[in-house]
Design a protein around this ligand. Sequence first.
Ligand SMILES: C[S@@+](CC[C@H](N)C(=O)[O-])C[C@H]1O[C@@H](n2cnc3c(N)ncnc32)[C@H](O)[C@@H]1O
Length: 240
Amino acid sequence: MTKRRLTEQEKAYNEQRHHLISSCSAEYLADAPFLFANRIQITQMLSRVELFKMVLDIPGAIIECGVHRGNSLMLYFQLSVLLEPYAINRSIIGFDTFEGFRSISEENDPKDINEQMFSDTDYDLLKNIIDMNDAIRPVNQIPRCELVKGDITVTAAEFVKTRPDLGIAMLILDTDLYEPTKVALETFLPLMPKGGVVVLDEVCYRNFSGETLALKNVLDLNKVELKRLPFDACVGYFRI
Ligand SMILES: C[S@@+](CC[C@H](N)C(=O)[O-])C[C@H]1O[C@@H](n2cnc3c(N)ncnc32)[C@H](O)[C@@H]1O
């Protein structure tokens, strides 16, 4: 999701929010994360909690394709540590270039996007945050959260080859783009057990049609029981 189509009221809201945030210290903000949380952020948080609960009884990894700064990834990580602290067979694995959009398709992605979008991220910071949290969680000798840096159209297949143990409980598709979504579906779907959950962050969304088009091209939509969360206009999911 980008901020390409904001209304004037939303722009004004964002300006005031920015102004108020500038008056607070980083610590003040971090210690009260809901102070400036907006409707979309709360919706996303609630969606992730609901989705995570769907795979609590399914072993295997939660793979997020499209991590950006790691906001969702860290939420899944914290939910895993909190709700299944000793699940040594759970891995939260984030795939991203950490340098913005790549493999943009001229034909299947929007014309008004570019490789700079989502490049405002910090891989080392996210790695340090994971390490910091690892130090205080149970069974921390076994990694719970992994980052795979690079273009998914290359890294997905490479990663699978290195991990014969890999089974996937939940596949989250959130690169917003056609090609990486298609490759992720082709590479990871065969590793998902029946009941596993596939999540598309921009399903049937006209401003970013790539994810939906990839789904249609890889699977027969008539055989997919695609569902939505009633409070979230973006996310769609289905069980294998
Ligand atoms: C919408 S953001 C992800 C947001 C994140 N899931 C969250 O909830 O905070 C999309 C991400 O996909 C990544 N991305 C786009 N194309 C990619 C590709 N070909 N390979 C790997 N990552 C890619 C971008 O770098 C960007 O960080």
